[in-house]
Write a protein that binds this ligand. Sequence first.
Ligand SMILES: Nc1ncnc2c1ncn2[C@@H]1O[C@H](COP(=O)(O)OP(=O)(O)O)[C@@H](O)[C@H]1O
Ligand SMILES: [Mg+2]
Length: 169
Amino acid sequence: MNDVIMARAPWPLFIFGGVGTGKTCACLCLLDAAGGGCHFKTFPELCNDIIAAGKGDLWNDNTGYRMSVHDYWHVWRNSRLTVLDEIGARQQVSDFAYETLKLAIDTREGKCCVFTSNIGPDDLARIYDDRIASRLTTGTVLELGGADRRQRVVPCENKLERQAQEVFG
Ligand SMILES: Nc1ncnc2c1ncn2[C@@H]1O[C@H](COP(=O)(O)OP(=O)(O)O)[C@@H](O)[C@H]1O
Ligand SMILES: [Mg+2]
């Protein structure tokens, strides 16, 4: 990840790994370090935004103006760093989801961009197609391993619970 930021490895950065391995957290750290003018969306959010923009029901948080689909892609294209999180596994990918993902990738070609998924390149090729898998993995690919960090056992800090454990075992 450092190598990509320091331009020693090519963009885009594709991070994949199981649930809870820290993909989103790593992206948020990167966005914090990058400062303003960046863009973070999960893939489901991106699809919802495009649908809303198409219906004339999406508003720019900064300007308060209504955003068209064209405006949306303009912002996406021109952001300093864009993160598209949760390109997940689905049994069936609709034409709309496929085209949205392809456009989201293509409009960031040659720019700073991070994509994350809970599935690896081979499964992406199977679920989407070779073109998507190839575009996502054309830069730097990083696999995150290990256990789900959300499932770590947390020591019992609650006094009542601790007393109850002492009494009832
Ligand atoms: N490097 C880390 N050190 C400690 N906790 C982490 C780290 N990365 C992620 N976490 C925590 O682990 C949990 C899962 O991380 P998340 O980034 O949401 O995983 P993913 O996006 O891969 O499903 C979150 O509660 C997050 O705060
Ligand atoms: Mg995540």
